[in-house]
Structures are given as structure tokens and as C-alpha cells.
Write a protein that binds this ligand. Structure first.
Ligand code: PLP
Length: 366
């Protein structure tokens, strides 16, 4: 977590302990913190404070969008095949439609057009994919939706995007936007959903009427204050962090490609990574099992994953790589390396020392 986010949390436990829904002075002080946080988060997302619903993370925000809309207005939910399970599973559970992506990992706009008709009430297209970092053609997708399913609202899961993209601009036309604090240096279990004026939504949790009746339950004030502090710091230095981290990511990916044979960088056939977020390097090593590679890397202090961390440990190849048409054998050797705002040159040197050697060691064993 960003130090500033931790510092923002602590006084909420000690000084501002009131319940923000109460009427007394302590309650009002806690409620002020929520107001301040709503201002920061709405600014980051290009909306008004009243449109922010605080949630317990990205999964809840995604579920609230998809299930909330279908519960309120009925109709069919549509999403892309590479969504995080927090979107994909509710869409499938509701009997919705799943739209293909191309081998480049980007939504197939023709397939989207085919999936749309008047019965569709919500379309969910993520802004950036969590396994590959590939940025989706959201603005183009929204144009297609407005044309072919004009009553549908568009949700975007911006959980992976906020650190690396100007979400306010990239998702300006979206009706619903999800974020999650732990992706930008805030705590886990806190997030938010933007609910735009076109969106009608039923709450997932009914209760005390908090969050304008859209999310019952006493708000996680320390977590929300910390999320806002993390967002503030992020916005202050996003542009410079982005350039710095993208250069580190390029050095990492190029360094591996230069020294290891039989490696595929997902969605990056040439070395142009301008369509990706700055932080993710996703590589598949022929003749290597991800699990064995992750084990060797962990022994050498590199904490990585094969796909989404929520899915690692699972035997099946990632649904994202399968949707991109990667064959099982290639996908079996996948490695996702994530960088953060605090990744250093020395971290990249260490990774370049360890990863090619680990791949060679595993190939030597075969
Ligand atoms: N959506 C995306 C794209 C994610 O990467 C994640 C988490 O990894 C989530 C949703 C879920 O967010 P949370 O872990 O806050 O529930």
C-alpha cells in the first residue's frame, strides 16, 4: 500500500470512529471523510460525487453493475470473453451472451454487433485486461452499442486501468465504471462503482439505505479514506509513473525476448506495446509448465502468476488466453509479470537474471 493510504486509515480507527450515518458530531466527522473521498474518486473518474457508490471491492462493483441492472430492468447481459470472472460469471449466471475477442486480445466489434438487439439491457467491456494488459476499444464498442441497442447501458471494469490510463477520458461515455483500491496502492476489499444517469440499478444489499439506497451497509470509512488518499497520490504522479514503468516493462519484456528462444509475448507480435497498460508483461514459454516456473521464481524472490491471481492454481488454461486462440500447449507455459509504481531498475535487473536461467533450467530437465 502507498504510505499515504495507510496514514489516511489510522486516524479513522482512533479519532473519526463515528458511524457516518449517525446524527451527532462524531458521525458527521466520519461522514465528512466520506464526502471528501467521494470528491476525490468522482474527480478521478470524471463524474459527480453523487454518482459514486462505495463497495467492498471490484468484484462487488462488477456484480452490482451486471446483476443490479438486470434485476432492475430485466433484459439480456452481454460481455466480452476476456472479462474478469467478476463480470463473466454473473453474465453467464444470468444466461447472458459472451462476445469473442480477436487473436490480438481486443474485443471483436463485429461479434459485438451480432450479439446486440433490443433485448440487451447491459453490455460490459473492460477497459484493460488483467492478464495481458491489453486495452480494449471501449469508445468504439460504446458507439456500436448506442447504434444497435440504444436502451442498453454500458459498464466498464476499469479495475486494472486506473493506475495507467486516464479513465475519466477513456470511459467518458460509459454509464457504469468499476474500480478497486488495491490496484492502485489502496487497501483490499474497497472499491467503487460509478452509476451514471442512464443506469437504473437494484441494490445487491438492501439494508440501511446507505449510498443513496444503492448499497446497504455501514461504509468502510477507513478503507474508503485510504482509497481516496491512494487515488490522490496516483493522480498527482500518474503521467511520470506511467512513462517510467512502461520503460521498465519494455526493458523486462525485450530482455527476456532477446535471451530466451521460443517465447511468445501475448498480443505483442512486434515490440510495439502502445496498446497495453504500462504494468503487465505476459509471456508464454514453449516447453515449460507455468507451475514449475512459478515455483522456481518464488524460490528466487520473484512473485509472479500464470494468469489472474484469482485463477492461479487452477489446472485449466486461462479463459483469456483460450479466447485469444492460444493453443493449450502455449498457454500452459504462461507467465504474468506485474510491475507497480514502486518497481525499480534493480527489480528488473534481478528478474532478467533469474527468469531466463529458470526457463533454461526447466527446459534442461525435459
Ligand atoms: N476486475 C479486474 C479486471 C480485476 O483485475 C480484479 C482483481 O484482480 C477484479 C475485477 C476484482 O476486484 P477485487 O479483487 O477488488 O474484488
Amino acid at each position: 500500500m502507498r504510505r499515504r493510504a495507510i496514514d489516511a486509515m489510522l486516524p479513522v480507527y482512533t479519532e473519526f470512529y463515528g458511524n457516518p450515518s449517525g446524527a451527532h458530531r462524531m458521525a458527521r466527522a466520519a461522514n465528512h471523510l466520506l464526502d471528501d473521498a467521494r470528491d476525490v474518486i468522482s474527480g478521478a473518474l470524471g463524474t459527480e460525487p453523487g454518482r459514486i457508490v462505495f463497495t467492498a471491492g471490484g468484484t462487488e462493483a462488477d456484480n452490482l453493475a451486471v446483476r443490479g441492472v438486470v434485476d432492475a430492468v430485466g433484459g439480456v447481459a452481454v460481455c466480452s470473453a476476456i472479462e474478469h470472472h467478476a463480470v463473466l460469471d454473473p453474465v453467464e449466471h444470468l444466461g447472458g451472451r459472451v462476445v469473442a475477442v480477436g487473436p490480438d486480445g481486443r474485443l471483436d466489434l463485429d461479434a459485438l454487433a451480432e450479439a446486440l438487439d433490443d433485448s440487451v439491457s447491459i453490455v460490459s467491456i473492460m477497459l484493460a485486461n488483467n492478464e495481458t494488459g491489453i486495452v480494449q476499444p471501449l469508445a468504439e464498442a460504446i458507439e456500436v452499442v448506442r447504434r444497435l441497442a440504444p436502451d442498453a447501458v454500458v459498464h466498464t471494469d476499469a479495475v486494472q486501468a486506473l493506475s495507467w490510463l486516464d479513465v475519466a477520458q477513456a470511459a467518458a461515455e460509459a454509464d457504469l465504471i468499476s474500480i478497486s483500491a488495491h490496484k492502485f496502492g489502496g487497501p483490499k476489499g474497497v472499491g467503487a462503482l460509478v452509476v451514471g444517469e442512464r443506469a437504473r440499478l437494484s441494490p445487491l444489499f438492501r439494508g440501511g439505505g446507505q449510498e443513496r439506497d444503492r448499497r446497504g451497509g455501514t461504509q468502510n470509512v477507513p478503507g474508503i479514506a485510504a482509497m481516496a488518499a491512494a487515488a490522490e497520490e496516483l493522480l498527482a504522479d500518474r503521467a511520470s509513473a506511467l512513462a517510467r514503468v512502461a520503460a521498465l516493462r519494455d526493458r523486462l519484456a525485450d530482455g527476456i525476448r532477446d535471451t530466451v528462444d521460443g517465447v511468445v509475448e501475448s498480443g505483442v507480435p512486434e515490440r510495439d506495446r502502445s496498446h497495453k497498460t504500462a504494468n503487465i508483461s505476459h509471456l508464454c514459454f514453449a516447453g515449460v509448465e507455468s507451475e514449475a516456473l512459478l515455483f522456481l521464481l518464488e524460490e528466487r524472490d520473484i512473485m509472479a502468476s500464470a494468469a489472474s491471481s484469482c485463477a492461479s492454481g487452477a489446472q485449466d488454461p486461462s479463459h483469456v488466453l483460450a479466447a485469444m486462440g492460444l493453443d493449450r500447449a502455449t498457454a500452459a507455459g504462461s507467465l504474468r509479470l506485474s510491475l507497480g509504481y514502486d518497481t525499480t531498475d534493480a527489480d528488473i535487473d534481478a528478474a532478467l537474471d533469474v527468469i531466463p536461467a529458470a526457463v533454461a533450467q526447466l527446459r534442461g530437465r525435459r
